[in-house]
Design a protein around this ligand. Sequence first.
Ligand code: UDX
Ligand code: ADP
Length: 458
Amino acid sequence: MNFKKNILCIGAGYVGGPTMAMIASKCPLYKVTVVDINKDKIREWNSDNLPIYEPGLDELVKKIRDKNLFFSTETDKHIREADIIFVSVNTPTKTFGQGAGKAADLQYWEKTARQILANSTGSKIIVEKSTLPVRAAEAMDRILNTKNDNIHLEVVSNPEFLSEGTAIADLENPDRVLIGAKQTPEGISAGKEIVEIYSHWVPRERIVESNVWSSELSKLTANAFLAQRISSINSISALCEKTEADIDEVGHAIGMDSRIGPKFLKASVGFGGSCFKKDILNLVYISQSYGLTEVAEYWESVVNLNEWQERRFIQNMVSNMFNTIAGKKIALFGFAFKSNTGDTRDSPAIYIARGLAEEKAQITISDPEALANAKKDLSDMEENIIYERDPYKAAEGAHAIAVLTEWDLYRNLDYKRIMRSMVQPAFIFDGRNILDHKKLFDLGFNVFAVGKAPMKQF
Ligand code: UDX
Ligand code: ADP
């Protein structure tokens, strides 16, 4: 079949895989190829066991794979054939040198840019999908256009706003699609080509065009604002625990103000995920590098409060369990950074498991999707941790349960049965406020929930 256009995506991760599957399914006349340096990952994308868990993804991929959606490791060949190249390689926080701990590590991005340059025999549009610091496109533009010939590689920014667990629904029905292009004739025309792709299914008024820098900064700002809401509500949760106000009631009451809105006001053990911390620290680093100390400090406090919330959760457990958890068995219900995903990147559960292990607790981790990743995250402490998918077994003989991920499955367990199998007095620490606390208390549990007055049996 002759396709209208060849689209390539470099990086078959959480962003690249689902986004390209959606584009391919909505644009049957485009050939969409996704490549990755990781051969195992590509093999999995071509198998019945996709490398990531995302509701609706399996069905979507199976419908179009090998029709107009292809997964491959032959990057050079596909670069040559591509008209439009999306780059969604990872841009983790730098762990070394200048900007360590804050700035984005752009080595994968830059390598990709050079690989595109080396293999391009005609002009192409390069789409920034990975989250990059503001003005990164400019640097990429320089690298990509160093060849002195007639090839032009135009960089367009198209940040991803999908949220894990609802990625397919977000892609299908996005609040907005943002396309940032240089305000030159080539830039504007490249931007229009990307608009055309999304116009296959996204209403035109939800496709927002801007200059490149606004687009890059909007991505960082959106994530910073979302994370800030969580830190704000979590800061109030600490106050609730002291004053017997209830964080869910407070969240509900303030969320009814249409200027505030009801979403993202759930107090928790802390936010996780691959984006929030990374993007805020990126914002902090950029602000610092422009000498905007107050701006940097303001945003950094969002991350600091999150870390404090995680620490506070551990301290709460220790102090309420008679100031020692050494040798006590603790079952962690959930390890993913949120429900409906197997992703554990920056999950508060990592920090909490490590904190509890430092206190010499015996930890059993349960999660319906994230145990494989949990094992990798905690590979250095293999002998101290048991992994058990079945929550009933995980809780057997435990002194305490800590709910760290809001999986629906934990809401409806038979807690009477669980209570009977635990060491008494039994404790539950609900880090997500998903359980029926009154019912648990009536069953005999000592219940500690984020942002709520403790319910103790003694
Ligand atoms: C986020 C952004 O939402 C998305 O637009 C961006 O593209 C990538 O980063 P994601 O990391 O998938 O998406 O998860 P999100 O749903 O935003 O949740 C992030 C963290 O905040 C999770 O740990 C979640 O449990 C926590 N959270 C969320 C709360 O603690 N309370 C809330 O009210 C909402
Ligand atoms: P994200 O959540 O941003 O999608 P992931 O880590 O899930 O991040 O995915 C990024 C993917 O990019 C990984 O699968 C990684 O192997 C891939 N990658 C990194 N560098 C390159 C490269 N030079 N060529 C192809 N793929 C790459």
